[in-house]
Design a protein around this ligand. Sequence first.
Ligand SMILES: CC(C)(COP(=O)(O)OP(=O)(O)OC[C@H]1O[C@@H](n2cnc3c(N)ncnc32)[C@H](O)[C@@H]1OP(=O)(O)O)[C@@H](O)C(=O)NCCC(=O)NCCS
Length: 149
Amino acid sequence: MLSLEFCEIKDEDVNEVIALWQACGLTRPWNDPYNDIAFARAKPTSTLLVGRDSQHEDGAILASVMVGHDGHRGWVYYLSVSPDHRAEGLGRQTMDAAENWQLSQGVWKMQLLVRGDNHAVLQFYDQLGYQPSSCKLMEKWIDPSKRGD
Ligand SMILES: CC(C)(COP(=O)(O)OP(=O)(O)OC[C@H]1O[C@@H](n2cnc3c(N)ncnc32)[C@H](O)[C@@H]1OP(=O)(O)O)[C@@H](O)C(=O)NCCC(=O)NCCS
């Protein structure tokens, strides 16, 4: 089984990560991925982790996840595993890396959002011990010029 080595994204990784997100169907017209990555990297409480085969540390990025916390709860976004390496345990390893990053920041509860049409991933998260929240998510575009769907 492939074992991934995770580190924080570097400048030279950005295009490869965006290509991975696109291959995973995670990009949306209203979310500029370059901006999203730069925004996360610019803050001390967020970053993007990339995973490569630990035997080939300069090899292709096979997985990535954006992690951050808001001073209370930890969040993950853009969880992605290469379509060529699904069902090999890499998603679990990537979420382990995300949880370990959160723990290293002193965060003890992680939350995440799943798009309403992404039914398949719910079983994945269930396998990892995540449960549907009893809380109702509320949202508002406080800068309406950036509004997406
Ligand atoms: C979701 C995703 C990260 C899973 O990655 P993966 O490497 O295939 O997952 P793993 O092999 O680590 O699977 C972990 C467990 O979840 C289960 N699982 C994974 N995908 C599943 C699916 N679609 N349906 C049911 N179970 C699933 C596996 O069987 C495994 O269970 P086990 O450990 O008991 O054997 C990957 O499918 C992906 O990148 N999807 C596209 C992007 C996406 O939707 N991201 C999440 C946005 S919220």
